[in-house]
Design a protein around this ligand. Structure first.
Ligand SMILES: [Zn+2]
Length: 177
């Protein structure tokens, strides 16, 4: 599995996650994208933030990618899989990552407001706590598209859309600065 964690592969897979994030941009959603990669390097799941379009607070990119991967391999146990996501996951998604037995998490920009607080080891003691975590992969690009998204919103609306600022993937603005 380790060969799939090289910087080149991380960059390749993170770009796939960005492709998902751009789908969110196109759908006027906060741009967060995620993919699930199996232990043999195959992308088995893809997802992008759809909280607004689905009117569903569960529709975070990671949740959709994980569910998509589960459906594709017909197994909820994603042992050996790697989740790539353009923004640090929220607590809900981190819980799902752990429950899904995902082996490695690679994320882009930090999410100081809604991120899982990955340095807080105690926060996940109740679950399996051996997910290998690495942040900062593609962080600048992730921050840039978030920033552009909210700048565009501001230009269009004149103000922040209050409704769009609730929840992790509706509230990435503070992290994008
Ligand atoms: Zn989340």
């Amino acid at each position: 599995m380790e060969e799939h964690f090289s910087a080149t592969n991380n960059s390749f897979y993170m770009n796939e996650a960005f492709t998902q994030a751009f789908k969110a941009v196109a759908a006027d959603e906060v741009p967060v994208g995620a993919i699930v990669v199996s232990s043999n390097g195959t992308i088995i799941g893809r997802g992008y933030n759809q909280v607004e379009s689905k009117k569903n607070q569960l529709a975070h990119a990671e949740c959709i990618a994980i569910q998509n991967g589960t459906k594709n391999i017909d197994d909820w146990r994603l042992d050996g899989c790697i989740l790539y996501v353009t923004l640090e996951p929220c607590r809900m998604c981190m819980g799902l990552i752990e429950l899904s037995r995902i082996s490695k998490l690679i994320y882009g920009a930090n999410s100081p407001l809604f991120g899982f607080q990955l340095d807080n080891e105690q926060s996940s003691w109740v679950y399996k706590n051996d997910v290998v975590i690495r942040g900062g992969v593609g962080a600048e690009k992730s921050q840039l598209i978030l920033k552009q998204f909210f700048q565009k919103k501001r230009n269009k609306k004149g103000e922040y859309q209050e409704a769009g600022l609730r929840g992790n993937q509706g509230c990435a603005d503070a992290k994008a600065k």
